[in-house]
Design a binder for this molecule. Structure first.
Ligand SMILES: NC(=O)c1ccc[n+]([C@@H]2O[C@H](COP(=O)([O-])OP(=O)(O)OC[C@H]3O[C@@H](n4cnc5c(N)ncnc54)[C@H](O)[C@@H]3O)[C@@H](O)[C@H]2O)c1
Length: 329
């Protein structure tokens, strides 16, 4: 098959491209490289047929052309990361709402199957239970963090509108926290940020009291789940959680990173608002109900949190070491 992956030069998208190429598909990667990197696609390019189209998913003409040549679409492009949302709320809205509208409209016009990446953030900051797909959500449009959640929820809503009115074969994958190789610490992602600090002997900065919990899914397991969902006919018209149910408190995660790194770093706490400004709230808990994903695909993560911590620390350590000198230097 010929598969269009938007956001394929990013963290999750590049692992998805790796997986699709390994399965024998030809991948067209559409990405504006705003946060992604061409280098992320190097393994997929080495293994097979990947074409990178550098462009913006809000460019409807470009997207229509790319969708016309695709048998299936995975739409992952968007603005992601707490730090980025805080720095550019209007850009976040435009990338996520206008970009998703552009991709879904092109898919609906041709009946091209599409998987849309959404986020657990749509549950807002106050939900505390195990989160199931059909739980009602509570969002505060004026809340500074919620622009990301509302923009992603708008994409979900359009997907279902086009499913009902135009028969668009679409599935919405709500990703919970994903970790693994190629995740950048630039936009506030916690595990790479902790790992970098630990290997440098710098304090690990925990936002809030550290009792807030998260569940981290390895990105390769996430890519497997996305491929399985796109291949499950019964998933069409549904929202499906994609995540891990291995829960850890962020303060405990910091201590595990320090231990794995063999570091002398301290763990310090700062109020969340002092990092991202007043009105930025960190949700107390993010744990997905995975029953729907399992029923539809049988998918189960192969990698545990301990593997992710070891990987992240190894990656941070490798990034510290100077590149080996070439011959004659
Ligand atoms: N990483 C996570 O833990 C996580 C959790 C929940 C949801 N998600 C969702 O998964 C998707 C991928 O996230 P990620 O973590 O890989 O982020 P990422 O920033 O690494 O990837 C996003 C990619 O989209 C590209 N992009 C952004 N705006 C674009 C535009 N207008 N046109 C073309 N390309 C554009 C970026 O250059 C980047 O390569 C996003 O839709 C995100 O909302 C990720």
């Amino acid at each position: 098959m010929r598969v269009l992956v938007t956001g394929a030069a990013g963290f999750v998208g590049s692992h998805l491209a790796d997986r699709l190429v390994a399965d024998g598909h030809a991948v067209v990667a559409l990405d504006d490289l705003s946060t992604g990197a061409e280098g992320n696609l190097a393994p997929a390019r080495e293994r097979g047929d990947v074409v990178l189209v550098r462009g913006d998913v809000r460019d409807r003409g470009l997207v229509a052309e790319a969708v016309a040549r695709a048998d299936a679409v995975f739409h992952l492009a968007g603005a992601v990361g707490v730090a980025r949302v805080a720095a550019d709320p209007a850009g976040t809205w435009s990338r996520n709402v206008d970009g998703t509208s552009s991709v879904l409209s092109a898919c609906a016009a041709r009946g091209t199957p599409c998987l849309v990446a959404s986020t657990s953030e749509v549950h807002g900051t106050s939900a505390t239970g195990v989160l199931a797909e059909d739980d009602p959500v509570t969002l505060a449009p004026a809340g500074r963090r919620d622009v990301y959640a509302v923009s992603k929820l708008a994409g979900e809503s359009l997907a279902f509108a086009l499913h009902r009115s135009a028969g668009l074969p679409v599935v919405v994958a709500r990703l919970f926290n994903v970790v693994g190789p190629r995740q950048s610490d630039r936009y506030g992602m916690v595990l790479p940020r902790f790992s970098r600090a630990a290997v440098r002997g710098e304090p690990l900065v925990v936002h809030g009291d550290g009792r807030q919990t998260r569940c981290f899914l390895d990105v390769r397991d996430a890519a497997d789940a996305l491929v399985a969902l796109a291949a499950a006919p019964a998933a069409a018209g549904l929202v499906v959680n994609v995540g891990s149910d291995e829960e850890v408190a962020i303060g405990e995660l910091a201590r595990r990173v320090v231990a794995v790194a063999g570091s002398r770093s301290s763990v310090v706490h700062v109020p969340f608002a002092s990092v991202y400004g007043d009105g930025f709230v960190d949700p107390p808990r993010r744990r997905p109900d995975l029953a729907r994903l399992r029923a539809l695909t049988g998918a189960r993560p192969r990698r545990r949190l301990a593997d992710a911590v070891a990987d992240a620390v190894a990656h941070a350590r490798a990034a510290l070491e100077p590149a080996p000198a070439g011959p004659g230097r």
